[in-house]
Design a protein around this ligand. Structure first.
Ligand SMILES: NC(=O)c1ccc[n+]([C@@H]2O[C@H](COP(=O)([O-])OP(=O)(O)OC[C@H]3O[C@@H](n4cnc5c(N)ncnc54)[C@H](O)[C@@H]3O)[C@@H](O)[C@H]2O)c1
Ligand SMILES: O=C(O)C(=O)C[C@@H](O)[C@H](O)[C@H](O)COP(=O)(O)O
Ligand SMILES: [Zn+2]
Length: 378
């Protein structure tokens, strides 16, 4: 079975079906405080190393540690600086050295407590430490709950591109505690929402309509709407990952908005001026605009996508972030380093309409350059 889902009063369970690497995603409240007991069945020993960032450590680490104590688990914590700049080689080295100094063994489990930065970095460290440790994801941002904690892509950024060094390494459990979202700044909530909308845009027009109806409430902090969004997103991602774990086909659809978005992130630098989800929102609009220009997609669908991102308060154009030295050519050069590129050609995720994304390998670079030049001039 590729996935299952059941509901038991407060906790939803979504199964990621990957044979002997299958695992559950639990979505609900109070999961940090009960994490030790919930993790125990997937731990090879009673020892865990929690990795988090300074902000999350202050807000949520004490609750998690209480939960680990309650289950009698031995734990250490490693706290790193917050932000995208931490997802680099230097912090990977620090994390590996500090973990090894703790005297771990192959039965030790790494626990990522935080957003996608901590999850991607910790997952990658877990995949290489002692040639592979188990790890558990405890995502605390909307983005990490709906996307990065699920599916086993782990990575660090390189100066030349996003996620260019990494591995596929599935977690053994994902605990998405909805209580954690209560402390998340609105800008981060919105950035995560861009990846929620992605699931509707790539394959489910009804879910996009749900987003149009509920996005404003989610952005305003409605916890029940957020929970529904997390469950629906995890179901959508689990289904894709179960049929294409290593992105040999369909999984590339999850990259909708990312060919453009990653190029914007690299050009802007990894310092927080542009969040990943914000770049994905801008990139998704560009992908729909390009689809419309190339005649694949009705122009009204591209307008509808832009209108929704605009309505919830996500940035929709690059005017606010571009710097004077940016050119369409530079952005295209970044895209050429994208991991989806094949035989020297950039791969794009385009759409025949809302909910109908497809993988396009033969897009004329002139059309992309023209679109970017227009966006830069707007
Ligand atoms: N592996 C994947 O499949 C995948 C998918 C999507 C994105 N990503 C990656 O995820 C990263 C972005 O993740 P992100 O958006 O979670 O960013 P992040 O990890 O930088 O977290 C955003 C900010 O929110 C703070 N924070 C986290 N939880 C909080 C909470 N509960 N309350 C208050 N503050 C909190 C963090 O300290 C940080 O400053 C990018 O590097 C992106 O490439 C990976
Ligand atoms: O899980 C996936 O597959 C994704 O593409 C999810 C994306 O939201 C995420 O940003 C991912 O890290 C991008 O992957 P990459 O392979 O382009 O680095
Ligand atoms: Zn993403």
């Amino acid at each position: 079975m590729s996935r299952t889902a059941r509901h038991d009063a407060t906790i939803d369970t979504v199964r990621v079906g990957l044979e002997d690497r299958s695992y559950d995603i639990l979505v609900g409240r109070g999961l940090l405080a009960t994490a030790g007991q919930r993790m125990q069945p997937v731990l090879p020993s009673r020892r865990v190393v929690v990795v988090t960032d300074e902000t999350v450590a202050r807000l949520h680490l004490p609750t998690l540690l209480t939960g680990l104590d309650a289950a009698g688990l031995r734990h250490d914590a490693i706290v790193l600086p917050p932000g995208e700049a931490t997802k680099d080689f230097a912090h990977l080295q620090t994390l590996c050295e500090r973990t090894l100094e703790l005297g771990i063994d192959r039965g030790t489990t790494m626990v990522a407590l935080g957003g996608g930065v901590i999850g991607d970095l910790t997952g990658f460290a877990a995949s290489i430490l002692l040639r592979g440790l188990g790890f558990v994801q405890i995502p605390t941002t909307l983005l990490s709950q709906v996307d990065s904690a699920v599916g086993g892509k782990t990575a660090i950024d390189m100066p030349s591109g996003k996620n260019l060094v990494g591995s596929f390494h599935q977690p053994r459990l994902v605990l998405a505690d909805m209580d954690a979202l209560a402390t998340l700044p609105r800008r981060e909530l919105l950035a995560g929402y861009a990846e929620v909308v992605k699931y509707g845009l790539l394959g489910d027009i009804d879910f996009f309509a749900w987003c149009e109806a509920n996005g404003a409430a989610l952005a305003a902090g409605d916890a029940d709407i957020a929970r529904q969004a997390v469950v629906a997103s995890c179901r959508a991602k689990a289904a894709i990952v179960a049929r294409d774990e290593r992105e040999t086909g369909d999984r590339a659809l999850l990259n909708l908005g990312h060919t453009f978005g990653h190029a914007l992130e690299v050009e802007r630098g990894f310092g927080g001026a542009l969040l990943h989800g914000e770049a994905v929102a801008m990139g998704t609009i560009m992908a729909f605009d390009l689809s419309a220009r190339l005649g694949f997609c009705p122009g009204q669908d591209a307008v509808r996508v832009r209108r929704h991102f605009d309505a919830v308060g996500l940035p929709t154009g690059i005017a606010g972030i571009r710097e004077p030295h940016w050119t369409a050519g530079k952005l295209v050069a970044h895209m050429a380093k994208d991991k989806k590129a094949k035989d020297g050609r950039i791969t794009f995720i385009l759409a025949h309409g809302i909910g109908r994304a497809f993988i396009a390998r033969d897009v004329a670079v002139e059309a992309v350059t023209e679109l970017l030049a227009d966006a830069l001039a707007a």
